[in-house]
Design a protein around this ligand. Structure first.
Ligand SMILES: NC(=O)c1ccc[n+]([C@@H]2O[C@H](COP(=O)([O-])OP(=O)(O)OC[C@H]3O[C@@H](n4cnc5c(N)ncnc54)[C@H](OP(=O)(O)O)[C@@H]3O)[C@@H](O)[C@H]2O)c1
Length: 308
């Protein structure tokens, strides 16, 4: 099989196409003929060594990146009962485990969900990591009004739809060029951080979901009602005390692959309640270009890699 491999940390150029033996499924694993792969900022952060404690990751080299894919089951391990070859599936494990930037991927069955017939492969590969992050941040929070900051990116655009499904009125914030995009996604109110004085124009909310870590609990507090919740995709140990002192709930994302959450998201997506936007589809061999685009930080929705 062909796979994208890097043998040292560095810029996008370290990503190379290599020919490798097909991976074989262990007892509880599925071998997936990969059709589409979701890309995420964590993929380039691991590759470039810019994540905290990146030196610990270096022992995993050579490494095939990729946390999520959709495709067709091509073989199953001896203990697998719930899937058979030919099933269309979506799978999300972990960016640190990697492996999805390939033509074949083996992954434990507990990280896989059968695809609804209405779900195409590109959409299926685009929603797990970003969608689960948003859902797991928002789920169970009380309140009526949510602000999603950075609402045009992978996590943000799904958070917008998910928050509405959870009953919130959503104010979505992105740059002005993304205003129409946010309205198409169903935002109740749209604000542009690059043309308005956001600080003056914004109201107060029960929930502030900061998808791009532009704020902290201290700087977000003035936009939150008493006992409101500040949610961030990039948690930091120094956030806890300021949040506690201001009486705010604090949640930092540590996305987990949970089949029940994946199924919930799939239901919302196929019924049109949550929209997934695939901005670019590139062939697997162009993974370098996908990483360069991701690193610019201007992705609208998701970038997906495709196998032929
Ligand atoms: N901890 C976890 O479990 C977890 C899980 C998922 C993601 N994350 C992290 O969350 C972050 C976001 O991930 P993502 O997949 O959503 O990234 P992404 O898709 O690459 O985000 C790109 C979007 O960010 C917006 N943006 C950039 N700078 C902004 C700013 N200053 N204010 C408002 N919007 C801004 C851009 O909109 P404009 O062009 O309109 O500015 C663009 O649409 C990443 O750092 C990622 O590593 C963490």
């Amino acid at each position: 099989m062909k796979a994208i491999v890097y043998r040292k940390l560095g810029p996008a150029d370290v990503l190379q196409v290599e020919e490798l033996p097909d991976p074989l499924p262990a007892a509880h694993q599925l071998q997936i003929q990969v059709r589409a792969i979701g890309t995420n900022p964590v993929d380039f952060k691991l590759r470039s060594g810019t994540l905290p404690l990146a030196f610990l990751f270096a022992w995993k080299l050579p490494f095939i990146p990729g946390a999520e894919c959709s495709g067709i089951v091509s073989a199953v391990g001896a203990a697998v009962r719930d899937f058979v070859p030919g099933d269309r599936v979506v799978a999300f494990h972990s960016a640190l485990a990697g492996g999805a930037y390939a033509e074949k991927w083996v992954v434990d069955q507990k990280y896989c969900l059968r695809l609804d017939d209405r779900m195409d492969f590109a959409t299926a590969a685009a929603f797990p990591l970003a969608g689960l992050t948003a859902l797991q941040l928002l789920d169970g929070l009380p309140g009526a009004a949510a602000l999603v900051y950075g609402a045009s990116g992978g996590v943000g655009h799904l958070a917008l739809g998910i928050a509405r499904q959870l009953g919130f009125t959503v104010t979505a914030v992105a740059s002005k060029r993304n205003g129409d995009f946010l309205r198409e996604l169903g935002a109740d109110h749209v604000m542009a951080y690059d043309t308005e004085n956001f600080g003056e124009g914004a109201g107060v909310y029960d929930v502030f979901l900061d998808a791009v870590a532009a704020y902290t609990p201290a700087s977000a507090a003035r936009f939150l009602r008493p006992r409101g919740a500040y949610l961030t995709t990039l948690p930091h140990p120094l956030h806890f005390l300021p949040a506690w002192r201001r009486g705010l709930k604090y949640r930092g994302a540590m996305v987990q692959s949970r089949k029940a959450d994946l199924a919930r998201l799939q239901d919302w997506i196929v019924s049109g309640k949550v929209k997934v936007h695939v901005d670019q589809k590139l062939p697997l061999a162009e993974a370098k270009e996908a990483h360069r685009l991701l690193e610019q930080g201007r992705t609208r929705g998701k970038i997906v890699l495709l196998n032929d």
